[in-house]
Design a protein around this ligand. Structure first.
Ligand code: SF4
Length: 405
């Protein structure tokens, strides 16, 4: 050992003594220990991050969930929740809509079928017991039926009649309110046809109230004789003409209250004149109208004024005049007093009295009248849309042919 080496050894020894550390005690030992411990330390070091990641993930998930639950307005939760909420209400209206659409679609379809295919109905619905039951089901007409239900049925009947009798009109020929007033007075206890066949000569002889008021009673009677009850009717015509001349300046008044003051004029006549000459809505409760609304169980009243009031309450005012015409048309053509032609009735499915008349379609068809039965109508001058033939004029009386010898 050289002096330098000896000095270095001495220095290392001195250092060992001064620190006392193992590493300082001998290099081999110090090197081995860290080498063995290193892998042990490394293993946990490696696992720790793995566990930490899982734990953190779990913790993050919990935190997110908690945040979502705690913050309804938090972004993810808030977005999801309203989406779900929105989805539900959207589905419900959609379902309701489709159901409503179905119902709406079904209704008009039924109406259309009822109105536009009367022939098909004639053949099916009225003939069978099932059809009868269906008809009764569709139109309750019970005494306990609500006003709203009756009103709905009245509207359906009115719509169906409007499709069938699209050409419904007053069946008296007239050119002005005075002629309509006179023709309506004459129509009591006779047909409109008979009146229409009589009025051309009457109006030619007495075109104004002044002319008629000054008429010779016997000549007047003779002109209206074909309408029946001609003496009483002549008296009414003379009286109402004089009243128009003296109290209303020769004009027909436009209110019910004024009209009913005229001789021979009641509410029915007043509403015919108001509805058709003045455009004022009103129901005409004649024998056909009363019978049919009772068959439809829209009223049980027999008094004309009460019938008018009850039916008024079921339909909009704007429909009153035309509902009257349609109903009267139906009564004159199909729903007759003694033998209604149920088997050929286009509104059988709406009628609670189906079966009151002839239900066999073939037999029922033979009961139809006027244009429905291929016969002439009641007006000599019908409206342009009338699908039937005009009525013939009054057959002229055969001239006296007795040859005197
Ligand atoms: S004809 Fe028969 S089914 Fe038609 S409305 Fe009259 S009663 Fe009813």
């Amino acid at each position: 050992m050289t002096a330098t080496e000896d000095s270095a050894v001495s220095e290392r020894e001195a250092a060992k003594r001064a620190t006392g550390s193992p590493s300082a005690a001998g290099e081999p030992t110090a090197k081995k220990a860290p080498a063995k411990k290193a892998p042990a330390k490394k293993a946990p070091a490696k696992r720790a991050p793995a566990k930490k990641t899982a734990a953190r993930k779990a913790a993050d998930a919990r935190a997110t969930a908690e945040q979502a639950a705690a913050e309804p307005t938090g972004k993810p939760a808030a977005k999801k929740a309203p989406a779900a909420e929105k989805a539900a209400p959207k589905k419900a209206p959609a379902a309701k809509k489709s159901a409503a659409k179905k119902a709406t679609a079904d209704k008009p379809a039924a109406k259309k079928t009822a109105a536009k295919k009367p022939a098909a109905k004639k053949a099916t619905a009225p003939k069978t017991a099932a059809g009868k039951t269906a008809a009764k089901k569709q139109s309750s007409g019970t005494s306990t039926e609500s006003q709203a239900s009756k009103s709905r049925r009245a509207a359906r009947i009115n719509e169906a009649l409007a499709d069938v009798y699209y050409y419904a009109h007053p069946e008296l020929d007239f050119e002005n309110p005075f002629e309509l007033l006179v023709a309506t007075v004459l129509s009591a206890q006779t047909t409109d046809l008979r009146v229409n066949q009589s009025t051309p000569a009457l109006f030619a002889a007495y075109p104004t109230p002044e002319d008629m008021a000054a008429a010779d009673p016997e000549e007047l009677e003779e002109l209206i004789r074909p309408t029946g009850f001609f003496r009483a009717k002549a008296k009414s015509l003379l009286g109402l003409s004089a009243a128009l001349r003296d109290e209303f300046g020769g004009e027909v008044p436009g209110t019910v209250d004024e009209l009913v003051t005229l001789p021979g004029v009641g509410r029915k006549t007043a509403f015919v004149v108001l509805g058709n000459a003045f455009g004022v809505p009103g129901l005409t409760v004649d024998t056909h109208f009363g019978r049919l609304v009772r068959r439809w169980k829209l009223t049980e009243q027999t008094d004309a004024v009460k019938v008018e009031q009850e039916i008024d309450a079921l339909l909009p005012k704007s429909e009153w005049t035309m509902f009257s015409h349609r109903t009267i048309f139906h009564g004159r053509r199909i729903c007759h007093s003694r033998k209604p032609a149920c088997g050929a009735c286009p509104i059988a499915e709406l009628c609670p009295s189906y079966g009151e008349g002839e239900t066999d379609p073939e037999k029922a068809r033979k009961l139809l009248k006027y244009e429905m039965g291929g016969q002439p109508g009641q007006r000599l001058k019908p409206p342009a849309d009338y699908p039937g033939q005009p009525a013939p004029p009054l057959p002229s009386r055969a001239p006296a042919t007795g040859a005197a010898r």
